[in-house]
Unconditional design. Structure first.
Length: 292
């Protein structure tokens, strides 16, 4: 059921939706929460889950005791329509974000752009962004060849560079694959004049970072630890080694140009894969014997 009541006047413990012209906001105000998480979904959720989906991370964050403002897209517009910025400005003017002890933003890919770009707009202390785009503007990313449906001319001004949106945060965590050239270039755009940026690198997994982290059992622990201010860099990198227990990891690794073009590297990858139970046979990796 849609509840048009402003979020700052809704009673604690309530769950409702706010409909904007270009976005739908899934709101949950926890009865005893002191912290708010603002989430932004990646574009794939609209196609996969359709109109009836709930906000990204809603159930998980509810379970951790957070209030949640989950912004959902009606179109793949990188959250750049004016009604969303106006909504955040209105809530900011009413003191909604300042009523929480801590505000965090969280998003992936297109949503990762928004988590960074709107961090200061919602008075965020912490940002968690998974394989984000920093910009699709030709002026900033002329080399970006993905997303052919995007009109780059519409990125000439306004909210066109996420690097400008998180200047006042305490910490901004970005998780990405440094071997995926376009993602690495996008993250590099975020570095300048953003000393709060912490880059967490998970090599050879590609762009679908949420799925990879989930398959390693690392998504929920990482999100929970970062939002709670209990994140340990050494633990993260130790746990990220679990990707070696996934057959898909070795398939992607051996297909990398730097590996595929080198018999030596191919042999090395195959040797290490076999140590994790994935023998390289006839151009692919066999399943572990226990799974046959």
């Amino acid at each position: 059921m849609t509840n048009p009541a402003p979020a700052d006047t809704a009673p604690a413990g309530s769950r409702f939706f706010i409909n904007l012209p270009h976005y739908r906001i899934d709101m949950f105000l926890a009865a005893a929460a002191t912290d708010l998480v603002v989430t932004f979904e990646p574009m794939g959720r609209r196609k996969t889950f359709g109109e009836g989906r709930e906000g990204w991370g809603m159930r998980f964050l509810q379970g951790l005791g957070y209030s949640v403002m989950a912004v959902m897209i009606k179109d793949c517009d990188w959250y750049r329509q004016a009604d969303l910025a106006a909504f955040f400005a209105q809530m900011q003017a009413r003191g909604f974000f300042r009523s929480f002890a801590k505000v965090s933003t969280y998003g992936g890919s297109m949503g990762g752009f928004a988590a960074l770009a709107y961090a200061d707009a919602v008075s965020a202390d912490i940002v968690l962004s998974l394989n984000p785009q920093a910009s699709l503007a030709a002026a900033f990313a002329p080399w970006e060849s993905r997303f052919p449906f995007v009109d780059r001319k519409q990125w000439q001004d306004g909210l066109n560079n996420a690097a400008a949106g998180f200047k006042r945060v305490r910490q901004a965590y970005v998780i990405y694959d440094p071997w995926l050239a376009l993602d690495a270039k996008q993250v590099q755009l975020l570095v300048a004049d953003n000393p709060a940026l912490v880059r967490l690198k998970v090599p050879a997994v590609g762009h679908g970072m949420p799925k990879w982290l989930a398959e390693m059992g690392l998504l929920k622990p990482t999100v929970g630890a970062i939002l709670a201010g209990q994140f340990c860099l050494a633990d993260f990198y130790q746990q990220a080694r679990k990707r070696r227990t996934l057959r898909r990891y070795w398939q992607l690794l051996i297909a990398l140009p730097r590996v595929a073009k080198s018999p030596l590297f191919t042999e090395i990858v195959g040797r290490y894969a076999a140590q994790y139970g994935f023998p390289y046979r006839q151009g692919t990796f066999a399943l572990p014997d226990a799974a046959l």
